[in-house]
Structure formats: structure tokens, C-alpha cells
Design a protein around this ligand. Sequence first.
Ligand SMILES: [Zn+2]
Length: 342
Amino acid sequence: MKKLLPTSTAGSLPKPSWLAEPETLWSPWKLQDEALIEGKQDALRVSLQEQQLAGIDIVSDGEQTRQHFVTTFIEHLNGVDFENRKTVRIRNRYDANVPTVTGDVSRQNSVFVEDAKFLRQQTKQPIKWALPGPMTMIDTLYDDHYRSREKLAWEFAKILNQEAKELEAAGVDIIQFDEPAFNVFFDEVNDWGIATLERAIEGLKCETAVHICYGYGIKANTDWKKTLGTEWRQYEEIFPKLQKSNIDIISLECHNSRVPIELLGLLRGKKVMVGAIDVATNTIETPEEVADTLRKALQFVDADKLYPCTNCGMTPLPRAVARAKLHALSAGTDIVRKELSV
Ligand SMILES: [Zn+2]
């Protein structure tokens, strides 16, 4: 029998301090060459074990082998010059020094497939693998070649599709595309953002997900959230079209956010990964708080389509905090499972 309310995480988990500087985005590696490859694999094993001990049902690599959820993928592509950097405004929110697209983009070799095979060897549980989405990728670059956000997004979608097919063949059960940019550029999302995402999943037989959040708990994001008012209605702009798309699962932020819960009703029929863990605070949720968020979501999502999850990645958090939050997610989900089985 399929387990009700299968739990998972949005993706990233903290790295051990012997591998990378803790609580830091884009943290440089502390190892080199062969030792780095081995260190990343060991970290993946530890991250998997922490998820398993916490009772997480759909496990991931905890993104232990990548420095950043967007740039690590782009580093493996042709056509992007990492020496030639320009300052751009990311998601209309903060300035970052980013690489430049200087020629046709292409993927010479697989990026994450060996890592995915390694994870597959370690567990029989369902595994989820995260890739950046096309729109979020173009928003993290300066384009001096195509000079069209849409055109570049279509090119990235083709590349992502190649990678996704190889991940599927490696035994990945759910491929997730991270698209925080969907929460900012509504016109583009509806014009071509969702269409490029559908291009990225073309021909896949495994399940597919898109993760749309309000970002990691870093200052640029928490400052932005303060400007969004008492009700965060961004999802309202994009859910109607996502509901009609071929994407199977929508992963969204819920707990402690100001997203009106009834917006989940716009996704009727889709599976929904409901964020029941806040990644912007070190305070550990109680199981009852998690259960409360899930109960509210159940008013708008059928029980067989609800997947309890975290709001976003937990890479910037202290390890002990992230671990405790995983346990809270499981314990809170158990409470609701019992209520549903009565
Ligand atoms: Zn996120």
C-alpha cells in the first residue's frame, strides 16, 4: 500500500564542516581533487542517513555535491564565461556578480548523473533530484549572446531535458526544477516560463515537480518579504496556468509565510509538496505546528495528493537545526496520518 502523506525536503541540506564552510551560500570547498570527490560522496551518505533516521520518505542527495543550486549546473555548460563577470540584479532583489553568456550554450557531458547513480546505489527508497529551472538559470547570468531572456530559456530547457532523461535512466523517481524566479516575473512565466519548463520535461516518464518559493532565509530575501504586505498573493498569478501544465507536482512555501492558504485550491488535481517547515528561522517547529499547517492545506489539497515538505532548501542552517526540523516534519506528519486513518 502506498504510504499516505510521503515526506520529503525541498532539496539542499547543510554540508559537514570538513567539506565546506557551514551556514554560507556559495561556500568554497575545503578539499581538492580526489579527496574532494570522496568527501562529496561521504557527505551524500551522511545526508541520506540523516534523512532516513528522521523518517523522510522521499530522499535526496541533500545537494552535497554542488556549491549552489544554479551556478554548479551552469559551470558544466559551454557558452558561459565564468571569468568574464557582470553585475546584475537577481530576481529584481539583490545585485550579484554573475558569469556572461558569450556563445551558443550546450552540455558536453552529464552534470549530476554520476551523483544520482551513486545515490541510487545507497537506497531503495524513492529519490528526488533537483535541477535549476530555465527561468531561474537565465536570471543568474548576464547574456551577451542571445540578448533575449526567452531565447536563452528555450536553449536551457533543451539542455535540462537531456540531463533529466539521463537522471531518469539512472533511476531517479522525481525530477524537480527549482523556479523561485516564477514568483517574480509573472508575465514571463505565463508567456513562456511554463512552456520552457514543459520543454524541459518532454518525453519523461518519471514524475516531475516544480519548486516555487520565497527563497532561502538570507537577508536579501527576508528584507524583500517585508515589502510584500500582509497577504502574499504571488502564487495567484501563476497557479492557474501551472494547474493546466504537464508538471505533476508543485512544491510551495506555506508554514509561517503569508501565503493565503486558499490559493492552494487553484492547483486542484495536482500533487502538492506543502512547505510545513520554515527555513528562515532556527526555531524548531513543534510536531503540532507542522500538523496544523498540513491540516489547513488539506482543506484545499486531497489527502492522496499532499506531500509534506520544507519551505525551501536548508543549506544555510546549522546542521543540528536542519536535523531537528526533519524530525519535526516526520512527527507532525504522523499526527495527521493518524487522524486521516481513523
Ligand atoms: Zn526554494
